[in-house]
Design a protein around this ligand. Sequence first.
Ligand SMILES: Nc1nc2c(c(=O)[nH]1)N=C([C@H](O)[C@H](O)COP(=O)(O)OP(=O)(O)OP(=O)(O)O)CN2
Length: 193
Amino acid sequence: MLIRKLFKFENAHVVRGCSTQRCRASIHGHSYKVEVLFESKYLDEGQMVYDFGLMKRGMKELIDSFDHGVAIWDGDDAEYIASMKAHSNRWVLLPVSPSCEQFSRVLFLMIDRLLASTQMVNGERGVKLHSIIVHETETGYAQAFEEDAYSELMGTIPLEMIAFSDEVREGWNDPQLWEKILTGQPFVNPKTV
Ligand SMILES: Nc1nc2c(c(=O)[nH]1)N=C([C@H](O)[C@H](O)COP(=O)(O)OP(=O)(O)OP(=O)(O)O)CN2
């Protein structure tokens, strides 16, 4: 069975090298919608695959890191990167360009890593991240599956190269959230949310 939780964020970017002139040469924003799809063959004590309430903790915080910020590719022009950082308190530096394809791959890897460190306490079994859908506009989206997120053909994404601005980190419940995810520290789900 598949379950799906929808998240939203507002973000600005520029996507260098693409065919669309407005997209590659002008900073612009999107109201992103992100669908997180989990799958399992089993149900937990609440007869659910995974309680939606549990998805509104670290996972929501990670996605919300991009809200009202700018997504910057670390391969972009150094002056552009410096000016974005200087003029926006909220930014995320990515080792890939922020197309919706790469957004869906990055978010897959982030959430998959968090899920791998999550200790479930309500009888959940076999819960897997099925895919991430990133809607960039009302009419365009990308969907990343495991094979896409970890694809060498599309380029390996080194998660440790992702950097969050101080203001983004301060918005998390634990400013060390990202380091804890990267080092595989356990996240024990609460019994109640
Ligand atoms: N495959 C992709 N194509 C494009 C991406 C992308 O991430 N992946 N991104 C863009 C731009 O960011 C652009 O802002 C969105 O493009 P588009 O869908 O053409 O936007 P419109 O608002 O013009 O959409 P309509 O609904 O068709 O008016 C470009 N391409």
